[in-house]
Design a protein around this ligand. Structure first.
Ligand code: PEP
Length: 252
């Protein structure tokens, strides 16, 4: 069974026009050499225009890191799904742990955002994952099943076919502490089992990424695991060579 494989970069709040230009041009020119893999970058809002211009026709996808769940209105500082769709975004990250933690986004809000993104025919990259405290208390499965369950309730099990699920243990994000391939695989397999209880066909086809301190040196071992279909890459996506190596490691 071939699932779509994907490596997506999350630039977080980094970048400037000059540096982005080099990175995007490098991606656009090198990505053609890596065969059948989807590759994308999720950039800060002010640089969406630059991503669209430089990546046009390159095969590298692009999108945003967040969006409002509201369709429109008096929400100063927010950006709507219809604006992102109008602009041509393909991907939108929703529920990143930094947004859950620092901006108090709860499961309900994340699920509403995923639904809004799908309604505009874009692809939500839905992030879920347990904190260190939750892992140490042995409640990882309960946490990720609650987070995923909330999204499924909102978008339906079929909605997952048009989404990407990113398992990102919070303790591994930006910390240099990667989950071992076996630790990550165990959670991915658990999530796929949960999905298959509702629809085995959907479970087989959903693209599931691992995220958390992925770099060129550990990517191949993670991506070799049966239920890991690629990665969501933070820090390492800001370095062209590192990101390209990670992309190559995801090709099967
Ligand atoms: C992320 O931002 O989603 C992420 C996984 O970050 P990092 O790769 O830097 O741990």
């Amino acid at each position: 069974m071939m699932r779509q494989r994907l490596v997506a970069g999350n630039w977080k709040m980094f970048g400037n026009s000059a540096r982005n230009q080099l990175l995007l041009e490098g991606l656009a020119s090198q990505v053609a050499t890596i065969g059948k893999l989807s590759c994308a970058v999720c950039v800060p809002f002010p640089y969406l225009y630059q991503a669209r211009s430089v990546l046009a026709g390159s095969g590298v996808g692009w999108g945003a890191q967040n969006v409002s769940q509201q369709p429109k209105g008096a929400f100063t500082g927010e950006v709507s799904v219809s604006m992102l769709a109008d602009f041509g975004c393909r991907y939108v990250i929703v529920g990143h742990s930094e947004r859950r933690k620092l901006f108090h986004e709860d499961d309900q809000l994340v699920a509403a955002k995923a639904k809004a993104v799908l309604e505009q025919k874009m692809t939500p990259i839905v992030c879920i994952g347990e904190s260190l405290d939750e892992r140490e208390r042995g409640v990882t499965e309960g946490v990720v099943s609650r987070q995923l369950g909330c999204v499924i309730k909102e978008i339906g099990i079929d909605g997952l076919l048009r989404s990407v699920v990113a398992y990102e243990p919070v303790w591994a994000i930006g910390t240099g502490k990667t989950a071992t391939p076996e630790q990550a695989q165990r959670v991915h397999a658990y999530l796929r089992k949960l999905m298959s209880e509702q629809d085995a066909g959907v479970a087989r086809h959903v693209t599931m990424l691992y995220g958390g301190s992925v770099k060129a040196a550990n990517a191949a071992a993670l991506f070799a695991m049966e239920d890991i279909d690629g990665g969501l890459i933070g820090g390492a996506s800001l370095d062209l060579n590192e990101f390209m190596s990670i992309c190559k490691a995801a090709v099967r």
